[in-house]
Design a protein around this ligand. Structure first.
Ligand code: ATP
Ligand code: MG
Length: 1024
């Protein structure tokens, strides 16, 4: 594998010079030596500056493919060994970075490798574009790549010079959007060599499409087309029947190519019906070629006339072209002529006329088929949905692969056109590379030594000059009424160009036996002498086809075929302008092509054919020298060596590179752009490699340009950052302003919400001062989020205020009771359903006349005695109780709770004290959640006291809450907490024994009492 690496690594001295400009001496010998040396070492590409010289290796070299493409992508021309990819890359870069339309002109003689080169260029462009895989771009790329295969099938043929010779000229435009992605394309085709359909030289073939159809189709399909597989059966393909396609050393066969073309057509977007139509047209042409005419004798009623030898063929043609059989037959045998006014008469052909008409029809059918295929591909590749106002103007890369200069043993009208085309392109090359360059140096006042070169303008003039030029004379001959022959045409040429240095004929040069009298003329082309035979010039130029054929095919039922013959619509009686002749059409298309190319930035690939035998490794020195000479390569090197790689007007130069110098960035203050450019170059130390013109700077070597480009590339990110920074700053400022506005709006809105809420609160709470509820039922409106904490605080304040209002109205005597109730509520925590809150709490029930009518005075005495003895302040609570002791005995007792002690009294004995427990020792009490009056008092160091309040008036009044509240309020006052437990199964401890006590409601129970088992007590509660 040949490595594709850096220039220095692979272009050592043993491989010759990679650029002819670097040759020490510039003679033809040195040039050829270098070319040959490089060819022998498989270095088939060499530069002349930016022009690429390519020698056909006639074998596969490992120079292509994705790896090689990657090595050329984004590189400068001189960085890597010379390659087509480098040229494609340069054209692509110029197009993308400078928005220039570019074109790559590939020239060279037949078989020099132009078409192969154009394919490599397309592959390169396809490979480096569309990294984001946009579907539309991929589609365009597919069509671009696949179109070559289809066009080669219909437009290429095996010739003696090239087994895959392009028999048409091709110029393909690829349109790119501003991002450099291919978005469409257009193919122009030039002068298909349609005479090949009828006849080929020995060793040559008809167009590949015919053999592909015959050899590659299925049997069934062939049957449908009434075809036999053997091409020797058909007049048009007989000559080439024994020859293979020969492309790529015979690796490609017609069968395989047929498959490839079918696949390509499918991918491009040809419908199956269209493909079938194409096959039918090809088959019809083959059948048409086999039709022979015979004269018939007068035989009874049948008059003498013309007939078709094999009538079945007429049927096949009619069927395949979807036209009426008898109309086909009539069109073949006779033609309609308008005889003054609107009368039409039918004029029979002679055998020769009929054969001529048949051939003209076959040629025209094939040509229209080819043009239709090109148009169809163009229709598919047309850039879609592009609006220049929105998408910007498309930039274009054009690739020109046009037939090379050719010389055959017999050269006819086609070779004349092809060679004229090459003359035109050489003119363009001279104009752009040689002439314009020198003229510009002069104009700009750059010291310059003029280089001599051959300017072929004189030959172009010989061909296309108005009135006297060969094409004009031919046009004149074709338009003259009466029998004008090729001979008269030749004689007119001889008269006009008798003294022209590039024209001669046997008539003018009697001694030259290489030309024939009355048949040949010779043009001294820039590429060599070519002798043309005038036979058929007039017919080929006139290129006429009877209107009958056009009408016949226009009226076909096959829409594809019909679309190829729009001019068949015209009526024979319509007076139509004489159509332009083939030569004039070709000249016009060449002028347009050259104009188009001249408007673009050109890149040149000059192809050289190393030998006539199409074999690898053979370098035919004389043959190559001849090509080098006529391609003007030596002159090219001379101009290049003396010249400059690049020139740019000062303002444009500054615009591109001003950021690389402090004096010029962002704008210079020097006297002129020229001075600024000079300052810039001095800063880089590049002033030695340039010349200053009047309006432009001339840069001698590409390296200087690359140095500038590199330092620009280094600075671009910084400038981009600067722009980004400014832009981001702007964006941020916009965002900030927007945010501020948003916050202002939010602030005002919030303020409005708050105000509205406060007003609403104020409105609602107007009524809060009204006693007795003081706004208890008022509903707080939901606050805006921002006021949530505020509202909570307000609620607390409001509750306090309301409480204060309520408390304010309570008489001081009730305060004890109220405090006790509050304490009870806190202590019970809502766990006991009913705790007598609604009642007035009398507390000291044993002193009450209602509750204790019989013994209240006894209790009062005892109380007095106790007060004297224990010195308590107030009675917190007193009541009769039923108690149960640790011996499971129940007794009636009384309970007295003062602010000092808890007393258990004996009611039956004047309330004698049975037990006194200091109140500090009482730690808590337990009650149930029901209505019963069970309470267990827990005291530190004492047994738990289990009692049930009873003998109340009214009976079974709920006083537990009162006891809890009084005790809890007292403890609160002393700064300690009372442990209050609410449970339906109270656990208690007496002398270390643990017991459980629960309540059992009993409707029939008259008085509450206890029932005891070993470990449990049960209070039997008279529930109603
Ligand atoms: N770079 C290459 N590598 C390998 N083989 C090549 C290369 N270029 C050309 N060839 C061979 O040379 C043959 C002729 O090349 P190509 O068809 O490109 O010639 P051309 O210049 O287009 O001729 P024409 O003017 O007749 O169309 C190709 O079929 C191929 O076999
Ligand atoms: Mg070609």
């Amino acid at each position: 594998m040949l490595p594709v690496g850096r220039m220095e690594d692979e272009e050592g001295p043993e491989y010759g010079k990679p650029d002819f400009v670097l040759l020490d001496q510039l003679t033809m010998e040195d040039f050829m030596q270098n070319l040959q040396l490089r060819f022998k070492k498989d270095r088939i590409y060499t530069y002349i500056g930016e022009v690429l010289v390519s020698v056909n290796p006639y074998r596969e070299l490992p120079l292509y493919g994705p790896e090689a493409i990657a090595k050329y992508q984004g590189r400068e021309l001189y960085e890597r060994p010379p390659h087509l990819y480098a040229v494609a890359n340069a054209a692509y870069k110029a197009m993308k970075h400078r928005s220039r339309d570019t074109c790559i002109v590939i020239s060279g003689e037949s078989g020099a490798g132009k078409t192969e080169a154009s394919k490599h260029i397309m592959q390169y462009i396809a490979a480096v574009t569309n990294p984001s895989q946009r579907a539309e771009v991929e589609r365009v790329k597919d069509v671009l790549l696949k179109s070559t295969c289809v066009l080669e099938a219909f437009g290429n043929a095996r010739t003696n010079r090239n087994h895959n010779s392009s028999r048409f000229g091709k110029y393909m435009d690829i349109n790119f959007d501003f991002k450099g992605e291919p978005v469409g394309g257009h193919i122009h085709s030039y002068l298909l060599e349609k005479s090949r359909v009828l006849k080929q030289h020995v060793g040559e073939r008809n167009f590949h499409a015919f053999y592909q159809l015959l050899r590659g189709s299925e049997d069934q399909e062939l049957q449908g087309l009434h075809l036999e597989r053997n091409p020797a059966v058909y007049n048009f393909t007989r000559q080439g029947a024994g020859l293979s396609m020969g492309v790529r050393n015979g690796l490609e066969s017609d069968e395989r190519s047929h498959q490839a073309v079918m696949e390509a057509m499918r991918i491009i977007g040809f419908s199956p019906e269209e493909v079938e139509s194409i096959h039918r047209i090809l088959a019809a042409i083959l059948h048409l070629g086999n039709i022979e005419f015979v004269e018939t004798e007068e035989n009874g009623p049948q008059k003498a006339g013309l007939a078709v030898a094999e009538e079945a063929l007429v049927g096949y043609v009619a069927k395949l072209t979807a036209t009426p059989r008898d109309l086909v037959l009539r069109t073949l045998l006779a033609r309609t002529v308008a005889s003054g006014g609107r009368d039409l008469i039918e004029k029979s052909h002679s055998v020769a006329e009929a054969s001529f008409a048949r051939d003209a029809c076959a040629k025209a059918m094939y040509q229209r088929l080819f043009e239709w295929v090109v148009d169809r591909i163009n229709g598919i590749m047309e850039p879609r949905g592009r609006d220049p106002r929105r998408d910007g103007k498309d930039t274009v890369i054009g690739v020109l692969d046009i037939y090379g200069f050719e010389v055959f043993p017999v050269n006819s009208f086609e070779q004349f056109c092809i060679n004229y085309c090459n003359e035109k392109l050489q003119q363009l090359f001279i104009q752009l590379i040689l002439k314009q360059e020198q003229e510009e140096y002069e104009r700009e006042g750059i010291a310059w030594q003029s280089i001599e070169y051959f300017n072929n303008a004189i030959i172009v003039e010989l061909v296309e000059q108005p009135r006297r030029g060969i094409l004009a004379v031919l046009e004149e001959a074709c338009s003259t009424a009466g029998p004008i022959t090729d001979l008269i045409f030749l004689q007119t040429l001889d008269t006009h160009h008798r003294h022209h240095p590039h024209y001669s004929s046997r008539q003018l040069c009697h001694t030259d036996k290489t030309m024939e009298f009355g048949r040949d003329f010779r043009i001294k082309h820039y590429a060599g002498d070519v002798t043309y035979s005038v036979e058929g010039f007039i017919d080929k130029n006139r290129d006429s086809l009877f209107q009958d054929f056009k009408r016949l095919l226009y009226n076909s039922a096959d829409p594809t075929l019909r679309a190829m013959w729009p001019d068949g619509q015209q009526d024979i009686t319509e007076v139509t302008k004489r159509p332009l002749t083939a030569g004039t059409l070709f000249k016009n298309s060449m002028v347009a092509l050259v104009e188009n190319l001249a408007s673009k930035e050109p890149f040149y690939v000059r192809c050289i054919k190393p030998n006539e035998d199409k074999v690898a490794g053979q370098f035919d020195e004389a043959h190559c020298r001849h090509q080098v000479a006529y391609l003007g390569l030596l002159e090219n090197v001379r101009v290049r060596r003396a010249g400059f790689a690049s020139r740019q007007p000062y303002p444009r130069f500054l615009l591109r590179y001003k950021m690389t110098c402090e004096y010029t960035w962002p704008n210079h203050l020097l006297g002129s752009d020229r001075e600024a450019v000079s300052a810039l170059l001095e800063q880089h130390g590049l002033q030695g490699d340039v010349a200053f013109g009047h309006s432009k700077l001339f840069i001698r070597s590409p390296r200087t340009l690359v140095t500038l480009e590199q330092s620009r590339a280094r600075l671009i990110p910084i400038i981009v950052l600067l722009l980004q920074k400014a832009w981001r700053g702007t964006l941020a400022r916009w965002r900030c302003r927007r945010l501020r506005a948003i916050y202002t709006i939010m602030r005002w809105f919030r303020r409005h919400k708050v105000r509205a809420h406060l007003l609403e609160l104020q409105r609602r709470f107007q009524a809060a001062r009204q006693p007795p509820l003081y706004g208890r039922d008022l509903v707080w409106p939901p606050p805006p989020a921002v006021l949530q904490p505020f509202q909570e605080t307000c609620r607390v304040l409001f509750s306090r205020w309301r409480a204060r209002q309520l408390v304010k109205n309570i008489p001081p005597s009730d305060m004890t009771q109220i405090k006790a109730k509050v304490a009870a509520m806190g202590a019970l925590q809502g766990l006991r359903q009913d705790w007598g809150c609604q009642r007035a709490w009398a507390r000291d029930y044993l002193s009450s006349g209602t509750d204790n009518p019989t013994a209240s005075h006894q209790f009062a005495e005892q109380l007095k005695a106790l007060q004297e003895k224990d010195g308590f302040g107030t009675v917190l609570f007193s009541s009769h109780v039923r108690k149960v002791n640790r011996f499971r005995k129940s007794r009636d007792r009384a309970l007295l709770l003062t602010d000092r002690h808890l007393y258990k009294l004996e009611p039956g004995r004047q309330y004698r004290v049975m037990r006194a427990v200091p109140l500090d020792a009482v730690t808590g009490l337990s009650v149930t959640s029901g209505r019963d009056q069970l309470v267990v008092l827990h005291a530190h160091g004492y047994d738990d006291l289990v009692v049930c309040l009873h003998r109340s008036q009214p009976p079974l009044e709920n006083r537990i809450g009162e006891l809890v509240g009084m005790l809890a309020a007292h403890c609160q006052g002393e700064g300690r907490t009372l442990e209050v437990r609410v449970s339906d199964c109270i656990s208690l401890s007496q002398r270390g024994a643990r017991r459980l006590i629960s309540v059992e409601p009993r409707p029939e129970q008259p008085e509450p009492d206890f029932r005891c088992s070993r470990s449990t007590f049960t209070l039997l509660w008279p529930s109603h």
